[in-house]
Ligand binder design. Structure first.
Ligand code: NI
Length: 171
């Protein structure tokens, strides 16, 4: 399980989605000189609202503001998934990018796109479907499916200026 942090737009790095980098910790057995991170992006739309059943109606409104309206509202989410690893000498790739696309489709888009996240995604049952909680659930769904390289970061944008990060090293 990774950990998540909330980010701001200013924290987004610009430019290439694929960058050489060092190994962040002892977690990886990958040679740091050879390691690279590759990122794939996918979009989906979904509805949600924020409600804590332990709060009174008044508290829900105070804590969550407009997001507490139980009729819900929608977002166009952008998900960036980063895999770290050594490129295979035979293919030059960290992992099969077609396979990664299929995994993102099956685990995230098919599950969440045009869904109401409060009601229709079992993995989010009992959780307030914040950007942070959705990113953490996506991490849990994806991690066991990555067979080449390692899941390094899940970044979920709820809007252009708000995103949550779930990362392997928790930093
Ligand atoms: Ni919202």
């Amino acid at each position: 399980m990774g950990s998540y942090t909330l980010g701001a737009k200013t924290a987004v790095s610009q430019g290439e989605s694929s960058t050489f980098t060092g190994v962040p910790g002892s977690k990886s057995e990958i040679d740091k000189d050879e390691m690279i991170r590759i990122t794939r992006k996918v979009e989906f739309s979904a509805a949600h609202f924020y409600h804590n059943p332990k709060f009174s109606g008044e508290e829900n409104e105070r804590v969550f503001g407009k997001c507490s309206n139980t009729h819900g509202h929608g977002h166009n989410y952008t998900l960036e998934v980063t895999i770290a690893g050594e490129p295979d000498p035979a293919t030059g790739m960290v992992l099969d990018l077609k396979e990664l696309k299929d995994i993102l489709q099956a685990e995230v888009v098919d599950r969440m796109d045009h869904r109401h996240l409060n009601y229709e995604v079992p993995e989010l049952a009992g959780k307030i479907p914040t950007c942070e909680n959705i990113a953490a659930v996506i991490w849990t769904l994806l991690e066991p499916k990555i067979r080449q390289g390692k899941l390094d970061r899940v970044r979920l944008y709820e809007s252009a200026d708000l995103f949550a990060d779930c990362t392997a090293d928790g930093q």
